[in-house]
Each structure stands twice: as structure tokens, then as C-alpha cells.
Ligand binder design. Structure first.
Ligand SMILES: C[S@@+](CC[C@H](N)C(=O)[O-])C[C@H]1O[C@@H](n2cnc3c(N)ncnc32)[C@H](O)[C@@H]1O
Length: 283
């Protein structure tokens, strides 16, 4: 495996993924009962945008670095989380999904973060050594879905929660098969869980089969949220990305639509940004 998220931290894909993740955490924490978050492909949890790998790609320049506050409530919420991370870890820090989960969830909530690569898992452990709510699992995230769902905290079953599935897609289209099979299986065992899968968009038309299969899973609903920063015609570039959210909270579309539209305006290249946040199926 060659993928290192440090090269891509804070790019347009991270921006949409992390904005959607914070919106999901808001919905979960709106009720007092404890909840559970499983981050199947966690990365190292914390990045620095002046690190060699981030500087080499400059991808954050087309993502977090472009955003300013005052355009949309969810974008502001995300910028506040990034600012909180920077207050703790320095002005060039960028939070990964485990950091955002630990930031957004509460004392009673539990987080499991899986990472397969040894050096990434070691860094993840170091970053969260003082965080009792977050458990690092140095293992395959898909296998962890089988082992950890439905979630428990000791003898207590946790009914509410989310699974973030954020694979590197080194296996290209085969990764969709693996992810859909894992989500289909998890839905059988934990039907009420929220499942959020990030995916890259090169050519939009190549995703038609994925959309059909996503809608066919046994979840009550499926919400598709996408941001294109340029037309989705080139098979060689990541022209945008999306989050497919099964069992998405009620009215999440209404929060994500204006946020993603504002992102399309800000992050789209040469005015070519496009977005959508709409139900593929709804209960
Ligand atoms: C896109 S990055 C994750 C970024 C992170 N979710 C975030 O938003 O900050 C994908 C990560 O998955 C790890 N990985 C790849 N295959 C995996 C697997 N089968 N199980 C767990 N982790 C895996 C990679 O090493 C990489 O760190």
C-alpha cells in the first residue's frame, strides 16, 4: 500500500468529508444517549500542512486554504473545528477524521479508529494517547466492521452511531465492491447505524452502477452529496468526490445543500464547480 494521507490532507475531498462528518455528529449529539463512531480508515488523525508531503502536492491550497467564514453555517462550524485544532497544535495543523470525532462527540460517547499501516497507526496512537474515549485498532477496517458492530460499551449496547468508511481506493473500482459488501453485511447486524462512505469522482458516468447498488442496500434511506471542482470527464484526475450516507439523519440534505453549493462556488475551478445533496432513496 502506497497511500499516505499526509499528501492530501485538507484538500477539497477532505473538506466535504469533514463538513459532512461534523453535521452527522451534530445530529447524533442532539440527543443525550451515548453514541458510537467507527472510523474504519482513520489515517494518523492529525496533519501539518507545512510538512514536506503536504507542501509537495499543495492540495490544501485548493481546499481548506480557500475557505473564509460567513458564507454558510456548516462551513463556519467546520472552520471553527479547524481553528480549535490549530489552537492546540499550531497554525499549520489540520485535523483528520479521528480528531474531528473526538472534538465533536461527548464524554459519554465512544470512538473506534482503525488503521492498517503500521506507521500511521503508531502516529494515531501517539496523537490520542491521552484520549480515553478513542480506541485505536491496528487492523483492517472492513474486518473491524464485522467485529465491532453492533457496538457495545462494556455490557451496554449502544444503539446510536455512525460508521465512516474512507478508503484510499488504491484498488480503484474494486474498492466499491468491498465497501458495499461490508456496509450491506453491517446493515444486517446494525440496521439503525448511519453509514457514510467517501468516494472519488473521476468520470461521473462510471458511478451509475454504484448508485444503483447503493440504493438497493437494506438501509431506510440513502443521501448522496457531491462536490465537483471541474467537469467529471477526465478518467485520470480526481475531479471531485462524494459522500454516500445511508440512514442519514432527517433533514440532513437541507443542511448540506447550501454548504455544498457554497463550496462549489469557492472551490470550483474557473467557475466550473457543481454540487448536489439529494436523496437516492428516502423512507
Ligand atoms: C483517505 S485516508 C483516511 C483519512 C481519514 N479518514 C481522515 O479523514 O482524516 C485512508 C487511510 O486508510 C488506511 N487504510 C488503507 N486500507 C485500509 C484497511 N483495509 N483498513 C484500515 N485502514 C486502511 C490508509 O493507510 C490511510 O491512512
Amino acid at each position: 500500500m502506497n497511500y499516505r494521507h499526509g499528501f492530501h490532507a485538507g484538500n477539497h475531498a477532505d473538506v466535504i468529508k469533514h463538513i459532512a462528518l461534523l453535521a452527522l455528529c451534530d445530529a447524533l449529539t442532539a440527543k443525550p444517549a451515548a453514541c458510537f463512531a467507527l472510523d474504519t480508515h482513520a489515517g494518523r488523525g492529525l496533519y501539518w500542512l507545512d510538512a514536506d508531503e503536504a507542501r509537495r502536492t499543495g492540495e490544501a491550497e485548493g481546499g481548506i486554504a480557500c475557505l473564509v467564514s460567513g458564507k454558510d453555517a456548516l462551513i463556519d462550524h467546520y472552520l471553527a473545528a479547524v481553528a480549535a485544532c490549530r489552537a492546540q497544535h499550531g497554525e499549520t495543523a489540520y485535523p483528520g477524521s479521528p480528531w474531528l470525532l473526538a472534538h465533536a462527540l461527548r464524554a459519554q460517547d465512544r470512538i473506534a479508529a482503525c488503521e492498517l499501516q503500521t506507521d500511521e497507526a503508531t502516529a494515531l496512537r501517539q496523537h490520542f494517547a491521552a484520549e480515553p474515549r478513542l480506541h485505536v485498532h491496528h487492523r483492517d477496517g472492513y474486518a473491524a466492521m464485522k467485529a465491532l458492530l453492533p457496538p457495545r460499551d462494556g455490557a451496554t449496547r449502544l444503539n446510536r452511531g455512525l460508521v465512516l468508511i474512507d478508503p484510499p481506493y488504491e484498488a480503484q473500482l474494486a474498492e466499491f465492491d468491498t465497501a458495499l459488501a461490508a456496509i450491506g453485511d453491517a446493515l444486517e447486524r446494525w440496521p439503525q447505524g448511519i453509514y457514510a462512505l467517501w468516494y472519488p469522482i473521476k468520470q461521473g458516468r462510471a458511478l451509475a452502477a454504484f448508485m444503483r447498488r447503493a440504493a438497493a442496500l437494506s438501509a431506510k434511506s440513502a443521501l448522496v452529496c457531491e462536490l465537483l471542482v471541474r467537469p467529471d470527464v477526465s478518467p485520470l484526475r480526481m475531479n471531485g468526490s462524494g459522500m454516500m450516507i445511508w440512514n442519514a439523519p432527517w433533514q440532513l440534505d437541507l443542511r448540506l445543500q447550501p454548504a455544498f453549493a457554497a463550496l462549489a462556488q469557492t472551490l470550483g475551478e474557473n467557475g466550473q464547480g457543481r454540487s448536489r445533496a439529494e436523496w437516492l432513496k428516502q423512507s
